[in-house]
Design a protein around this ligand. Structure first.
Ligand code: NAD
Length: 483
C-alpha cells in the first residue's frame, strides 16, 4: 500500500521524517483550486541529516557490484508499475495534467528511465589508449553525495531521469523535487526500501527553492548537482556552486521553433505542430512555442492549425478523454495570462483562446487557460523572445530558408527545434545550422534515451542521456604505464 498523500514527508536515511523546523507548505490541486495536503518545508538541519546519511551509506554503495545497483533500479521500476494507477492519478492531481498524458508519458517513462540506467550501470566502462611508449586506461568513480533539483512540469519523469544515473554510477543521492508537485516523488520514496536500496543511498528533501534548494546548491559536501528548471534559477545555482567548483548540469528554458516548409507533408506537420504547441498545456521545455510557416502555405496552414486547436478536448484532468487540463498553479496561470496581455500590448492578434477557461462542476475554481494562438508579432518583441511556458503559440511567416534560419536562431535560448519538409537536403542544412541541442526532422519529441539531451545558449550547460549522464555523475581518472 502506498502512503496517503495528505502529508508529504522527507525521506532520510531510509526513514520518513517530518521537517525538523516544523515548517509546512500547502499543496493545492490546480484542477479544483482546493488545498489537499501539506508538504515538508525542509531547512538546513534536514539537509545536514540527509548529507550525513548519504555519506555514511556511500562507501558500501560505491563498492557494491554494479549488478546489485542495477537490480535495485529495476526493482523500483517494477514497483512503479505495480502501483501504476496510483502513480498516474497522483501525478494528474498534483500537476493538473490530463490523466491520459500521465498514463502515456510520465509514469511509463519514469519506469523506463530506471531500467535504462540499470542497463547502463553494468555496461558503463572506461577507455583505453595506446601509443609507442605507453598504455593508458581511464577509471570512472562516483562523486560521493550528489543532488538533483527538478521542476514541476514532468515531476516523476525528470526526477527519475536524474536520480537513476546518479545511483547507477554509485553515488548516494539527495533529490529535491519541486515544492509545487511533490507527491509522486514522495510515493517513490516509500518504495525505496522495498526495492532493496540500503538506507541513506536515496534521500528526498521537500521544500522551497529559495530555502532548501539554495542550501543544497551551497552545501560544501555535495560536489555535483544536476538541475532542471528555469534559466534564472539555473544562474543562481551556478553562482552558488561556483565557489566550491561543483560539477553542474543545467537543463533550462526554451523558446523553440517549429519550422514548416511549403513542401512538408501537410497533415503530419499540422498534427505535429499542434502537439508541439499544446502538450501538457504547453508546459514542456521542448514545446514549439514559435510556429514559423513558409509564406506560400501560411493561410492554408493557419486555418488547419486553428481547426485542430479548436478540436482539443479541454476539461477535468481526471476525465479519460481530456487532452488539455489545468495550469500547474494559480500563480503560473496568472503569469501566462500576463504574457498574453503583453502580446496584445505588443500588437499581437489573438486568433483563438487568450483567456482563462471556465470548466465548471468540480473544476469551477481550477486554473485553466484555453489553447491560445497569436499572429502579427515581429521576432524582436518580448513575446517571441521570452519563455512563456503555457498553451500559447505565435505564428510567423518566412519567405525562404535563410529567413527561416534567422528567425529560428533569433532568441537567447537553444533547446529544441522541429523542421518539417520532404526535402532531405533542406532538413539537413537546417539541422546543421540551427542553434539548438536537439533538432527533430518531421517529428517532435521523439525520444531515444541513449541520445544526448540538452540545450545550447541560455537553455543549459551539459548533456543528459544515457552515457552523458553516467559521465556527469562520475569523475574520470587516467592511469598510465610504460610499454
Ligand atoms: P524553477 O526554476 O522555478 O524550479 C525548478 C526547481 O528549482 C524547483 O525544485 C525549485 O524549488 C528549485 N529552485 C528554485 N529556486 C532555487 C534556488 N534559488 N536554488 C536552488 N533551487 C531552486 O522551474 P519550474 O518553474 O519548476 O519549471 C519550469 C522551468 O523548467 C521552465 O523554464 C522550463 O523550460 C524548465 N524546464 C527545462 C527542461 C529541460 O530539460 N531543459 C525540462 C523541464 C523544464
Amino acid at each position: 500500500m502506498l502512503p496517503k498523500t495528505e502529508t508529504v514527508l522527507n525521506f532520510i536515511g531510509g526513514e520518513m521524517r517530518e521537517p525538523q523546523g516544523g515548517a509546512w507548505l500547502e499543496n493545492t490541486d490546480p484542477a479544483t483550486g482546493k488545498i489537499y495536503g501539506r508538504v515538508a518545508d525542509s531547512g538546513a538541519e534536514d539537509l545536514q541529516a540527509a548529507v550525513d546519511a548519504a555519506q555514511a551509506a556511500f562507501p558500501a554503495w560505491r563498492d557494491a557490484p554494479a549488478q546489485q545497483r542495477a537490480a535495485c533500479l529495476r526493482n523500483l521500476a517494477d514497483l512503479i508499475e505495480k502501483h501504476f494507477e496510483d502513480f498516474i492519478r497522483a501525478e494528474s492531481i498534483d500537476t493538473g495534467k490530463p490523466v491520459a498524458l500521465a498514463r502515456a508519458v510520465d509514469i511509463p517513462r519514469s519506469a523506463a528511465n530506471l531500467r535504462a540506467f540499470a542497463e547502463a550501470a553494468v555496461i558503463f566502462a572506461g577507455e583505453e589508449f595506446e601509443n609507442e611508449t605507453s598504455h593508458s586506461y581511464t577509471l570512472r568513480r562516483p562523486h560521493g553525495v550528489v543532488a538533483t533539483i527538478s521542476p514541476w512540469n514532468l515531476p516523476l519523469l525528470l526526477l527519475t531521469w536524474k536520480a537513476a544515473p546518479a545511483l547507477a554510477a554509485g553515488n548516494c543521492l539527495i533529490a529535491k523535487p519541486s515544492e509545487v508537485t511533490p507527491v509522486t516523488a514522495f510515493l517513490l520514496s516509500s518504495l525505496i526500501d522495498a526495492a532493496g536500496f540500503p538506507p541513506g543511498v536515496f534521500n528526498l528533501l521537500h521544500g522551497r527553492g529559495a530555502g532548501i534548494g539554495a542550501a543544497i546548491a551551497a552545501h560544501p559536501d555535495i560536489p555535483a548537482i544536476s538541475f532542471t528548471g528555469g534559466t534564472e534559477t539555473g544562474k543562481a545555482i551556478y553562482a552558488a556552486a561556483a565557489p566550491h567548483l561543483k560539477r553542474i548540469s543545467l537543463e533550462l528554458g526554451g523558446k523553440n521553433p517549429t519550422i514548416v516548409f511549403a513542401d512538408a507533408e501537410f497533415d503530419a506537420a499540422v498534427d505535429g505542430a499542434v502537439r508541439a504547441a499544446f502538450s501538457n498545456q504547453g508546459q514542456i521545455c521542448l514545446c514549439g512555442s514559435r510556429l514559423l510557416i513558409e509564406e506560400g502555405i501560411y493561410d492554408q496552414f493557419k486555418a488547419a492549425f486553428l481547426e485542430k486547436t479548436d478540436a482539443i478536448k479541454t476539461g477535468d484532468p481526471l476525465g479519460a478523454a481530456t487532452q488539455h487540463g489545468a495550469m500547474v498553479s494559480e500563480q503560473h496561470m496568472h503569469k501566462v495570462l500576463s504574457c498574453i496581455d503583453l502580446a496584445k500590448e505588443e500588437g499581437g492578434k489573438i486568433l483563438c483562446g487568450g483567456e482563462s477557461l471556465q470548466i465548471g462542476g468540480r473544476c469551477k475554481d481550477g486554473f485553466f487557460i484555453a489553447p491560445t494562438v497569436i499572429e502579427g508579432l515581429p521576432q524582436n518583441c518580448r513575446t517571441n523572445r521570452e519563455e512563456i511556458f503555457g498553451p500559447v503559440v505565435t505564428l510567423q511567416s518566412f519567405q525562404n530558408e535563410a529567413e527561416a534560419l534567422a528567425l529560428a536562431n533569433a532568441t537567447e535560448y537553444g533547446l529544441a527545434a522541429s523542421v518539417w519538409t520532404q526535402d532531405d537536403a533542406t532538413a539537413e542544412r537546417m539541422a546543421a545550422e540551427i542553434d539548438s541541442g536537439i533538432v527533430w526532422i518531421n517529428c517532435w519529441n521523439l525520444r531515444d534515451l541513449n541520445t544526448p539531451f540538452g540545450g545550447m545558449k541560455k537553455s543549459g550547460i551539459g548533456r543528459e542521456g544515457k552515457w552523458r549522464a553516467m559521465q556527469f555523475f562520475t569523475e574520470e581518472k587516467t592511469v598510465t604505464r610504460p610499454k
